[in-house]
Ligand binder design. Structure first.
Ligand code: IMP
Ligand code: MG
Length: 177
């Protein structure tokens, strides 16, 4: 059983983070067109905030990935279940994620996207658990670093629930039930 726990990151802090990230991106790309690629479904809330605050021209696309296995953490094998619809050759691409845990998902996606010859490729995540990384992956835009806790809200779910919560909450697992 899962139980929704206390707030770890407030909506105000998340909003500040999104604003700061958008400001950095706007400055870095200096008016060049950016393709934001959101990793469904978790990234939709962050991407929706981010894209409205970036001042450079933006286009948006989405991918769906899944990892084999039922566990809460990524098993290590990543499956691309829905790809983007456009050719990214010579485009400035930013992969937008909700959270980096082991880093396996994004390092896999980074390899696939690099291979396609974008003008540039960067990684942007709302939350990051640096102590959990098992692969060498440094996000270019790393919103808020959190400890090793399972969290929900602001797009993140447990069993499909709680994506709509405006704050980031800890989830408690009750082993007895
Ligand atoms: P990674 O490949 O281990 O970095 O896993 C990244 C993916 O695992 C994210 O896109 C999330 O879907 C999921 N994930 C990792 N940690 C959490 C969490 O604390 N809450 C909800 N989903 C999580
Ligand atoms: Mg995800």
């Amino acid at each position: 059983m899962y139980r929704l726990g206390e707030i770890l990151v407030t909506r105000e802090r998340i909003r500040d983070m999104a604003e700061e990230t958008a400001a950095k991106i706007s400055a870095d790309y200096d008016g060049n067109e950016i393709l934001l690629v959101g990793v469904l479904k978790g990234a939709i809330v962050f991407l929706a905030d981010l894209c409205r605050m970036i001042t450079a021209p933006v286009i948006i696309d989405f991918i769906i990935v899944s990892s084999y296995g039922q566990e809460a953490s990524t098993s290590g094998v990543v499956l691309l279940r829905k790809d983007i619809d456009i050719n990214i050759e010579n485009k400035h691409v930013i992969l937008v994620e909700d959270i980096i845990d082991t880093g396996v998902t994004l390092s896999y996606l980074k390899n696939i996207f690099e291979y396609r010859g974008p003008a540039s490729l960067k990684i942007c995540t709302a939350f990051d658990k640096p102590s959990r990384h098992t692969v060498d992956l440094k996000p270019d835009y790393s919103g808020i670093q959190i400890p090793n806790e399972f969290v929900v809200g602001y797009g993140l779910d447990v069993a499909g629930m709680y994506r709509n919560l405006p704050d980031l909450h800890v989830v408690h697992t009750d082993i007895d039930e």
